[in-house]
Structures are given as structure tokens and as C-alpha cells.
Design a protein. Structure first.
Length: 563
């Protein structure tokens, strides 16, 4: 049967690697690409700040242009999904509904209601996985019905499953010649993407991350041009406070599906295939998208993944409730320039480097303020362009050592962390103009500058810039003791996301550790045979030196070391 189909875009705002759209085109005589701007759904699912609204509208406009170039168009309608679709099905004589499969609970609920509607109206439904490398249900099935809870175990399961599906074929003008998008008489100016103004949303900051597939692909191509950079990419070596992103900066595009993670993965594979050596997971670029996949997999099968209560993998911690302290952190008023600069970049631009996320997340939770990771996650959700249900919560649990990460004795110093890679504080000067004339010597701890230095810099600490809100060494030691206590009481929960073989203290491997200022930690452990090099859970990290405990890097468990 050939259908009259509505292809419903939700995430997946792209035309490349769009298997559901290909399936829709191949099974239909008429196809209506539709986006339902269901504000209640979007805002009920996750907090959505103005920057992300802007990114979404830009992405929709780009999709509209992309479809027009293929001889089709995008119908954008505002309202609740069910009511809008019910009306369109009737008006257009639709027989099939297609949409990408998604994993978040709010999408699962929407999918259920769409399937119920389809059943009621007698529509066929087609739905393919396009937002992740694998259908995460396959990963869970291959792991005996449970999500693998460590990255290492996750890679082992993937090595059994083999490579992800190849990206879908290209969609061309011929597709839309065979399967036309009917136009409604006189509707040329209808169904347009609304403006921010239409939605009553104000944003007055520069666009640094224009939304849409076109921009995403352009940025992707730019990165892949530099094959040396790709093959040597090692996440811990990238710089959190460079003035331009030292990583790909593609996350906003992946999060809304303007870019296909599968296309990226295979482009990387092609580059790796041409080189003698390349970095490996967890630190390589492919390793990064596998982290994403890991969190998607665990989130899809863990109840209350974005909460502490009722979340079986998360340590239950009596975090402090302190609205005033939370507000200082959120509004970049902690008095620690490194933390405040990062929070300023987040609020103004909607993207910060992974290790910068580490710094502010550790500071809010187990490092300094002992405030719940859920509070931090909500703030990130509002401001990040790449805000993502699974990845955000997964990383917040990681950083707060509530799950996944167990070297909790390592606490980032809000002064030394940033200074290592930007001793002159160029990043601080950019985001905290009040401090721009401070001498480098004092810029990370301006409260230590003598009064005459502060006067000369035109910034009196306590008046023009806040005093530090806590004594870092005092509170971090207190927090360490609290965390130790939690761990000893909840050892069983902690073990769930911990791979014993990952812990150097458990396997007793020989390591060298040079601390902190030079920060070199090397792993000289023997590597076991690999099932598959690409998915090796024991990637060869020998050549790398690490300054931070990041991304599952195996660092010695030190007793109470505060970095
Ligand atoms: P690259 O290093 O270039 O990596 C390429 C892609 O791999 C990224 O675009 C992203 O899709 C994926 N990736 C990289 N690192 C991770 C990771 N640790 N976990 C999962 N996927 C990863 N990322 C989000 O996409 N959305 C979030 O809401 C989010 N919240 C975070 C919260 C905290 C507290 C922390 C510490 C990290 C969070 N991350 C989140 C993960 C990571 O910081 C970003 O994905 C990364 O910094 C994006 O920059 P990039 O595209 O240059 O990454």
C-alpha cells in the first residue's frame, strides 16, 4: 500500500541520515513533513532557556530551507501534538504516521499517545532509531536484560554486537518527485516557523552557535579536515579555558539531531582507517560519542534517572539546602573567578567545555557547597544549548560521585584547576571584565591581592567583585569526610556502577603518580587481550598524561587528596 504520510519531526531535525524519513518516502505517494511546536510538551519535558529556544527555531528554519531545496516544505503548527495531528490527519487524508524512536520517558509517553491516536484513526506507524548509534534496547538485551552500568562493561557488550548500523541513504529531489508534498491552496505563508518575538521570548546575546543541520555539517567538516587532530584527539588533553572550543563543539547539533551521531561515527572510522595509530575510547572522539551512548543506554532503563530519590544507581546523600549559595553559584557570584567565568560563559553562550563543566559541578556538589546535583542539573538544563536528559543527569551523577565515578577523594581546586592551562587568565578577563586589569599573579584569587594592587586594577574585592563564598580547603575536607561516610554506609549502591577491575586499588597495578602541579598520572598496568580494538574497554592510555580525573580515566585512589 502506498500511504499519505505525516512525517513528524521532533528531534532529528536533519535530512542526512534520516532513516525514518527515508522509510516514509519509500512507502508513500504523498508526504507532509510536520513539526508540532508543542510548548507544553517541550517545557514540561525539560527546562528550556531562551538560547535553546533560539537554537530550536533556527534549526527549524534551516530544515524548512533544506526541504524547500528538495521540492518539499515544512509545516510548522503550534498546539498539543495529539490535537494538531488529529486535525491534520482528517484534513489531509493521512494514512501513515512516521517519527523517530526516542528513549526519554517524556518521549515514551508521547509515543504511546501517538500510537493510540494512530490506532484510533486507523493509521500505520513507522519509527526508526536515529538519535543514537544503536537501538539501546539491543544493548540491554545483549547484556542479559539489564543496562551495562560501567563504560568498560558497555564496551564489552558493543564488541559482541559489532558496529552500529550504517547511516541511511541520502534523500534527493527525486524522492520528492516520486512522493510529493502536497501544498494547500493559499497556504504559502502559513505554517511558518514562529519568531522568538511571536513566542514572547527575549534574547539579546550574540549568536555563537547558530542552530541547524547546515551549520552542524559545516562545523563537522571543518573539524574532520584536520585528520591529525582527529586521530590524536584525547579528551583530557583538551583545554577547558581556551577562548575558542578545544573540542568539536558539536554537542548542540547532536542534542537536537541536527547532526547524526552515526554519520559522525563512520566519518571518524574512515579517518582512523587511514592512520597507523589513533586514540581509543574512552579518550578518543569515537569514545566521546560512546559516552553519550552509554548514558542513553543506562538512562533508558533506570527509573528516576534524573533524580536521586528512587534512583537505584545513585547514592542517597543528605545534600544541604541553601538557596542563597545556589543562587551565588548560578549567577556567577561565588568569588572564585574560575567558577564565575565558567558560569558566565554558560549563561551568555550556552556551551562550556567538558572540564569546565567538571569544575563547576564539583564545586556545587561534593567539592565545596554540598548542594544536590539535581539543582545543578536543572541550571544546566536551562542554560545549555546541548541540554540532554540522559547525558546531563549521567554526568551530574558522575561529577557529584553519586554514581559512575568513584575517585571521590579527588576534588578540583577552584584556583589551581583553571590556572594550569591559562596562567594569565585570558579566559577570566574575557568573561569577568571587572577583573580584566588584575595582574596574572592574583587573578585566580583576587582576594589575596594587596589593597594597592586592587585599587590599581580598578576592582576592590568585596565591592566590585565578591569575596570567596567559602574557604575551599576547609569545606572540601569537611565534604570529603561526609562523602566517606556516605560511601561506607552505601557500599552496595556504590558498587553498582563501579567496575572492580577499573579500580587500581583493587587490582593492585603498578602506577606512577606525580602530582598535581605538573599532574602526570601514568598507567603502567598490563593490558589484557582485546576482544575488539575499537571497543576495547582497556584502551591504551599509556602515552597520555592526565591533569584531571576525567572521563573514566583511571587514577590512583589517594587518601584525601584535594587537587
Ligand atoms: P566533544 O568532546 O567534541 O565530543 C563529541 C560528542 O561526544 C559531544 O558533542 C557529545 O555528544 C558526546 N560527549 C562528549 N563528552 C561526553 C560525555 N562526558 N558524556 C556524554 N556524551 C559526551 N553533554 C551534552 O550533550 N548534554 C548535556 O546536557 C551535558 N551535560 C553535562 C553535564 C555535566 C555536569 C558534565 C560534566 C558534562 C555534560 N555533558 C553534556 C557532556 C560533555 O561535557 C559535552 O557533551 C561536551 O562538553 C560537548 O562538547 P563537544 O561537542 O565539544 O564534545
Amino acid at each position: 500500500m502506498t500511504h499519505r504520510t505525516i512525517h513528524l519531526f521532533r528531534k532529528g531535525l536533519r535530512l542526512h541520515d534520516n532513516p525514518t524519513l527515508v522509510a516514509a518516502l519509500e512507502s508513500s505517494e504523498a508526504l507532509y513533513p510536520v513539526y508540532v511546536l508543542d510548548r507544553a510538551f517541550l517545557e514540561g519535558a525539560m527546562r528550556m532557556g531562551a538560547l535553546r529556544w533560539r537554537f530550536l527555531l533556527q534549526s527549524l528554519r534551516d530544515l524548512q530551507r533544506g526541504l524547500a531545496a528538495l521540492g518539499s516544505r515544512l509545516y510548522v503548527l503550534q498546539g498539543r501534538h495529539e490535537a494538531v495531528l488529529r486535525e491534520l490527519v482528517r484534513r489531509w487524508g493521512v494514512t501513515q504516521l512516521t517519527f523517530d524512536a526516542e528513549v526519554e520517558p517524556f518521549y515514551a509517553r508521547l509515543d504511546d499517545s501517538l500510537r493510540a491516536l494512530a490506532q484510533e484513526l486507523g493509521l500505520s506507524v513507522q519509527s526508526c532509531v536515529a538519535h543514537t548509534l544503536y537501538d539501546v534496547k539491543r544493548i540491554i538485551k545483549a547484556n542479559g536484560g539489564k543496562p551495562p552500568l560501567t563504560y568498560k562493561k558497555f564496551l564489552q557488550v558493543l564488541s559482541v554486537l559489532g558496529e552500529p548500523d550504517k547511516p541511511a541513504r541520502e534523500i534527493t529531489r527525486q524522492d520528492f518527485e516520486k512522493c510529493k508534498t502536497p501544498t494547500e491552496e493559499g497556504s504559502e505563508n502559513e505554517y511558518q516557523v514562529p519568531t522568538l518575538e511571536d513566542l514572547g521570548i527575549e534574547v539579546d546575546v550574540e549568536v555563537l552557535w547558530p542552530g541547524g543541520e547546515t551549520q552542524g555539517l559545516k562545523r563537522l567538516e571543518k573539524h574532520l579536515e584536520s585528520q591529525g587532530w582527529v586521530v590524536n584527539f584525547s579528551k583530557p588533553r583538551t583545554i577547558p579555558n581556551s577562548l575558542l572550543p578545544s573540542t568539536t563543539g558539536l554537542s548542540p547539533y547532536f542534542s537536537l539531531g541536527c547532526l547524526s551521531v552515526r554519520s559522525f561515527y563512520y566519518r571518524l572510522s574512515n579517518i582512523y582507517a587511514q592512520s597507523k595509530n589513533h586514540s581509543l575510547p574512552p579518550v578518543s572522539l569515537q569514545g566521546q560519542v560512546l559516552w553519550r551512548e552509554f548514558f542513553y543506554t543506562v538512562a533508558s532503563a533506570t527509573p528516576n534517572f534524573t533524580k536521586m530519590a528512587g534512583n537505584p544507581i545513585c547514592l542517597q546523600i543528605n545534600w544541604y539546602e541553601n538557596q542563597e549559595a545556589l543562587d551565588k553559584w548560578r549567577t556567577a557570584q561565588t568569588g572564585f573567578p574560575w567558577i564565575d567565568a565558567i558560569m558566565t560563559q554558560l549563561r551568555q553562550e550556552g556551551w562550556i567545555h567538558h572540564l569546565a563543566r567538571h569544575a563547576v559541578a564539583c564545586f556545587l556538589t561534593r567539592g565545596d557547597l554540598w548542594i544536590s546535583w539535581e539543582e545543578g542539573m536543572k541550571v544546566f538544563e536551562e542554560y545549555l544549548l546541548d541540554a540532554d536528559y540522559s547525558v546531563n543527569a549521567g554526568n551530574w551523577m558522575w561529577l557529584s560521585a553519586s554514581a559512575f565515578f568513584h575517585q571521590y577523594t579527588r576534588i578540583f581546586c577552584p584556583v589551581r584547576f583553571g590556572r594550569r592551562t591559562d596562567p594569565d587568565g585570558q579566559y577570566l578577563r574575557k568573561y569577568l571584565p571587572a577583573l580584566k586589569n588584575f595582574p596574572s599573579k592574583y587573578i585566580y584569587e583576587p582576594w589575596t591581592a594587596p589593597p594597592e594592587v586592587q585599587e590599581e586594577a580598578g576592582c576592590i574585592v568585596g565591592k566590585d567583585y565578591p569575596l570567596p563564598m567559602v574557604d575551599h580547603s576547609e569545606v572540601s575536607q569537611r565534604n570529603l569526610a561526609l562523602m566517606r561516610q556516605v560511601r561506607s554506609e552505601q557500599e552496595n549502591t556504590a558498587q553498582l556502577t563501579r567496575d572492580l577491575a577499573d579500580d587500581p586499588m583493587e587490582v593492585g597495578v603498578k602506577r606512577e603518580h606525580q602530582d598535581d602541579q605538573g599532574s602526570v598520572t601514568q598507567d603502567h598496568s598490563e593490558k589484557p587481550e582485546r576482544a575488539s580494538k575499537r571497543f576495547s574497554p582497556d584502551s591504551d592510555c599509556k602515552a597520555l598524561s592526565y591533569s584531571w580525573a576525567s572521563d573514566g580515566m583511571r587514577l590512583p585512589e589517594l587518601s584525601g587528596e584535594v587537587m
